[in-house]
Write a protein that binds this ligand. Structure first.
Ligand code: ADP
Ligand code: MG
Length: 296
């Protein structure tokens, strides 16, 4: 028998726990993530930021095993090695307001030990160009709009084409055109890198992610492809003319009909006005995180 080959995924987590006081923000997370784009979904407070911060070595975990790019974030030397190889966009990036856009990236590039001065500056110019901020390179951070700051934070995360890119709600504050630009950037990078992004924008996931991980109260409640998640919702989504009764999640559509999500599968239509419809990823997500907790 040949020796077993151990190929460690860029992210490998087993039984990951992060406690805040007596609460577990992460409550036993098992995850193996490889190349491509993974979308992290979950309500506010589900643990997305805590997970991303742990992966970014910005936060120590309380228990469990974590390897990032094959290394142990709990070890100081290995942590430094991980940080050199990852790009991280925090949920609320805080910048030094008096820095210019270029100056800020230069400062961060120095911390990341990105090459000599010339190579570093070339990389900064490339990053600013990728996010459409070249003309703002001499503008001070405090004078940038929210969307521009978000793009600057993205440029910082992209510098050096990291093997692992962790993005916490990266599309907040971006207009539709910028979101397309963002998607193109991320999908280009994901050919070679592992990208994990959290979002409340289901369209980002539909457009970008080969894989969806859904968190609920610190646990992974779904891990699979968007198509699999949608498949789970089939038979649970209806549209009807009259206002539905209790026990379902429902909203009124622009044409006056109601879209209905129910955990009860294949109920007989009580009247002719009720039609089963193909679920969207958003329906599937809502069913997973909302209705599963006891339909009301
Ligand atoms: N620094 C902190 N101190 C105490 N509790 C925290 C802290 N950060 C996060 N939490 C708690 O951990 C849980 C997960 O939060 P978070 O990871 O920010 O969720 P998400 O990003 O999915 O909205 C929440 O209950 C939140 O209140
Ligand atoms: Mg968050």
């Amino acid at each position: 028998m040949s020796a077993p080959t151990t190929i460690t995924a860029p992210i490998h987590a087993r039984g990951l726990v992060r406690r805040y006081g007596s609460r577990n923000a992460l409550d036993g997370v098992d995850l193996d993530l490889g190349a491509g784009v993974t979308g992290l979904l979950g309500r506010n407070g589900a643990g997305k930021t805590t997970l991303l911060r742990s992966l970014a070595t910005d936060l120590d975990v309380s228990a469990g095993r974590l390897r990032v790019l094959g290394r142990d974030p709990g070890d100081a030397a290995e942590r430094t090695e991980i940080r050199r190889r990852l790009g991280y966009l925090p949920q609320n990036p805080e910048f030094y307001p008096h820095f210019t856009a270029f100056g800020l990236l230069d400062y961060m590039a120095v911390l990341k030990e990105l090459g000599g001065r010339r190579a570093r500056h070339d990389e900064i110019r490339r990053s600013l160009d990728r996010v459409g901020l070249t003309e703002r390179r001499h503008t001070r951070v405090r004078r940038l709009s929210g969307g521009m700051r978000q793009r600057l934070a993205l440029a910082a995360a992209l510098m050096g084409d990291p093997e692992l890119l962790l993005l916490d709600e990266p599309t907040v504050g971006l207009d539709p055109e910028q979101r397309i630009l963002f998607r193109n950037l991320v999908s280009e990078l994901a050919v070679r890198s592992t990208v994990v992004l959290s979002t409340h924008q289901i369209e980002d996931v539909s457009a970008l992610c080969q894989r969806v991980v859904c968190l609920d109260r610190g646990r992974v409640v779904f891990d699979g492809t968007p198509a699999t998640l949608i498949g789970r919702a089939r038979g649970h989504v209806w549209e009807q003319t009259g206002r539905p009764g209790d026990g379902v999640t429902t909203w009124r559509l622009a044409d006056g009909r109601y879209r209905v999500l129910t955990t009860r599968r294949g109920e007989p239509a009580p009247s002719g006005d009720r039609t089963a419809v193909e679920p969207t990823l958003e329906d599937a997500y809502l069913l997973l995180t909302g209705v599963q907790r006891g339909a009301r």
